[in-house]
Each structure stands twice: as structure tokens, then as C-alpha cells.
Write a protein that binds this ligand. Structure first.
Ligand SMILES: C[S@@+](CC[C@H](N)C(=O)[O-])C[C@H]1O[C@@H](n2cnc3c(N)ncnc32)[C@H](O)[C@@H]1O
Length: 410
């Protein structure tokens, strides 16, 4: 067995090799390639689903005549799936159309060879299908129960901690990292708080840009989010049932609302200390390679007396991904570390049952048994992280000027 002391430098070298720093030119090129790869994925969707449908048709036609006669509805259902995919593609095309020039200060130029037909990976197709399901969670009436279980507890805590009869809520700054399609951040802004969502994935960014900036009429658009699910359907029609979005007009925020979405890696965009009164994370902290780096950032950017509200599971996104650092801590470990940082845990619930982009008609449904907490950065920091008895009810310090992310969305 290798000496433990020898193993450590070896594994460090392993991850350093894989996670090398790029020059700014290389970064720009990679970013541009990534941008176009995601655009290609949006455009490839139709072909991907058609392939799935063709495969299902081939399987069906391989059955005996006797078996086929017993199943009169299968081919017509597959036809419906195909038509629903065509419709989804129209929405995806509209999202891409609006995404091409959505960044104020970054242009991704033209694709190197626009004529080349591009296929997309299963990985990207899975991401795209998850993004389609995220419309249900964030912007459909069907997603209301899920939003009630995930977003409501966070919003209620914000309102309890910063009540509008005691605070000028327009000066209470709330950051939502990993904002997805932006509904939580939008709801917080709707209540008058100065709220910024931050998101890293182009899949999410293109889609949130579309829904937040281009959709006005309630329930005017349709998606078929469940057509990709060929298993666990009780009725064939469950697979092709539509959802309408947006359930509210995203542009109905009052004119003076301070609401924005900023693109980029949370840890890179937010490096300015003591800017935020509240950081609200929902299903986010397990997206880190090392969750303690998120805790570092949150600790740094919170104003003294500011609060971190978190709800979510610990389904570590990098677990089992080759060549990626993935530190999979238990909640107990994270909690211990947070207390060592100096966080004061004011509210804690270890069993909040929620779902995530749930298909309510499916025969397979997952429930997350989430942790929920409110942790305060003390207003007067002490070296040993012990509680300062006077800090609990301190008002947020005056809002400092907002760092403008380099990829701020229009
Ligand atoms: C599981 S989703 C949760 C989305 C949303 N908060 C919700 O509850 O529906 C996690 C989100 O975090 C985003 N994300 C992951 N790593 C990120 C990072 N380093 N910076 C910003 N966003 C990130 C992902 O793209 C994804 O949209």
C-alpha cells in the first residue's frame, strides 16, 4: 500500500494536470467553441428525438403480426411524439434566435464552418432535455407545487429576516447563484428586493433570457417536456401532454425593480467582499467540485450580519466524472466546517421533502429529503468563530455598489 504522505502530492499533480490554466486567447477560443456547441445542441434536438422515435418504430415492427395487432395505438403515439418534438424544436429555435446576441459585451462571432452538419453528444442532449423540464419547474402552473416546496421556504425566510415594514427592501441585496431559469430570483425581485441571479450554463442562460425578456403573454407558449420518457408511462397520452408557459408575465415587474441575471462561474464573478445582504442557494451547493470553495465565496461576499439561506440535497454533480475533482461531503461535515468559518446557524431543518422537475404522471418519482438552513455571518467577526450575542438582529449595512458581471445579460 502506498504511503499516505506520498499519495497526497501525487493526487494533487493529477488534478493540476487536468485542470491547467489557459491563456486568455485559449480561454476566448474555448468559450466560443462552447457557445457554438450549445447552439448546435439546440438545433440538433429534432434529429435526436427522431432517432429515438425511429428506433421505437423499428422495435415495434420487429414484433410478430399477432403481437402488432394487439397494440393498435403504438404507432399513432410515436407519430404524436414526433410532432411534439417538431413543436419543441420551434420553441428551441426561438430561444437560439434570441440567444445569439444576448450578451451586452461579448460577441461569439460566426461559427468557424457554418455548413458543417453537427451532431451533439448524448450528454448535451440530456442537458437540453433537462432544460426543457426546467420550464415546468420554473414557469408553468404545473410547477407550482414544486416551487412551493423549494422556493417558498427561502422567500418566507427573506421576508422574515428583512420585513418590508422595517427595511427599505429595495436596498436589501439578494444573490441567487445557480439561478436556473430565474424564477426564484424573479420572485424575490417581485417582492421589491434588489435581486440578482447568476448562472453558468448556456442552456439555462439562453432559456432564461428568452422567457424573461421575450415572453409576455401568460401561457402563450407550449412545450412537451415528457416526450423523451418512454418508460414508466401509465397512459400513452401522458408522454405527449403539453405544458404551457409562462404562467405569469415575466415582464410584469414594476419599472424600478432592481433585477438582473449575470452569466459566469459564481466563484469567478463574485470576488468583491461584503456586498450582499443575503445569498440564497437552492439545489446549488452540490454543483461544486469542492463545496468549501462555495462556502469561501459566500462567506467573503456576505456583508457582516448578512445571511446565507440554503435548501437542497447533496447530489454531487462531479461524482464519478472522470478527471474532475469531487469532494463529496456529508451535510454533517459541511455544517462543522461552516461553524468553524464563524457562521451562526439560526434556522435548520434536516428533512424538507421536495421534488425536482417532477413528472407527476410518471410511475417513477424521486423525492429529495433536503436540508434547509439560515446561516448568519456575524456582524462582528471573532477569531474563534464564537457567537457574538449582539449580532442577531442587526440591520443590513448600506448596500455597496454592485459588481457588474462581464457577461451581464440584456
Ligand atoms: C440543480 S440546478 C438548480 C437551479 C435552480 N436553483 C433551481 O432550484 O431550479 C443547479 C444550477 O446551478 C448552475 N451552476 C452550476 N455550477 C455553477 C457555477 N459555478 N456558477 C453558476 N451557476 C452554476 C447549473 O448550471 C444549474 O443551472
Amino acid at each position: 500500500m502506498a504511503e499516505p504522505t506520498a499519495a497526497e502530492p501525487q493526487s494533487k499533480a493529477y488534478f493540476q494536470k487536468e485542470r491547467r490554466k489557459y491563456t486568455p486567447e485559449e480561454e476566448t477560443k474555448l468559450e466560443r467553441q462552447h457557445f457554438w456547441r450549445i447552439i448546435d445542441a439546440f438545433r440538433f434536438y429534432r434529429f435526436h428525438v427522431q432517432e429515438q422515435v425511429k428506433r421505437a418504430e423499428r422495435q415495434f415492427h420487429s414484433l410478430s403480426q399477432r403481437h402488432k395487432r394487439l397494440l393498435p395505438g403504438v404507432i399513432s403515439n410515436l407519430d404524436r411524439v414526433r410532432r411534439c418534438a417538431e413543436h419543441n424544436q420551434e420553441v428551441l429555435d426561438a430561444i437560439v434566435h434570441n440567444g445569439l446576441h444576448m450578451f451586452e459585451n461579448v460577441e461569439y462571432g460566426e461559427r468557424e464552418d457554418p455548413r458543417k452538419a453537427r451532431t451533439s453528444s448524448t450528454f448535451d442532449m440530456d442537458k437540453l432535455k433537462s432544460t426543457i423540464k426546467q420550464f415546468v419547474r420554473d414557469w408553468s402552473e404545473a410547477g407550482q407545487p414544486e416551487r412551493d416546496s423549494c422556493y417558498k421556504p427561502i422567500i418566507q425566510e427573506i421576508q422574515r429576516l428583512f420585513p418590508s415594514d422595517q427595511y427599505d427592501v429595495s436596498k436589501v441585496s439578494v444573490l441567487v447563484p445557480g439561478a436556473g431559469l430565474g424564477r426564484l430570483a424573479w420572485e424575490i425581485a417581485r417582492l421589491g428586493y434588489a435581486c440578482q441571479g447568476n448562472e453558468w450554463s448556456f442552456f439555462m442562460l439562453f432559456s432564461s433570457n428568452f422567457v424573461l425578456n421575450r415572453c409576455e403573454e401568460e401561457n402563450a407558449l407550449t412545450l412537451y417536456p415528457w416526450i423523451h420518457q418512454f418508460s414508466n408511462n401509465k397512459k400513452s397520452s401522458d408522454q405527449t401532454r403539453p405544458i404551457r408557459f409562462p404562467d405569469v408575465n415575466p415582464q410584469s415587474l414594476p419599472l424600478n425593480t432592481d433585477f438582473s441575471m449575470v452569466a459566469g462561474d459564481f466563484m469567478e464573478v463574485y470576488s468583491e467582499s461584503e456586498c450582499w445582504d443575503c445569498v440564497a442557494t437552492c439545489f446549488f451547493i452540490d454543483t461544486a467540485n469542492n463545496v468549501l470553495e462555495y462556502v469561501d465565496t459566500i462567506w467573503n461576499i456576505l456583508k457582516p450580519g448578512g445571511v446565507w439561506i440554503n435548501l437542497g440535497p447533496l447530489l454531487y454533480h462531479f461524482e464519478n466524472i472522470a478527471n474532475e475533482l469531487s469532494i463529496e461531503l456529508s451535510y454533517e461535515d459541511i455544517r462543522t466546517a461552516m461553524i468553524k468559518y464563524g457562521f451562526l446557524i439560526e434556522v435548520e431543518k434536516e428533512s424538507m421533502q421536495t421534488t425536482y422537475t417532477e413528472n407527476e404522471c410518471s410511475m417513477l418519482r424521486y423525492v429529495y429529503d433536503c436540508v434547509f438552513f439560515v446561516a448568519r455571518k456575524p456582524s462582528e467577526l471573532q477569531f474563534n468563530g464564537q457567537e457574538d450575542e449582539h449580532q442577531h438582529n442587526s440591520p443590513p449595512a448600506a448596500k455597496s455598489s454592485r459588481r457588474e458581471g462581464s457577461n451581464r445579460l440584456t
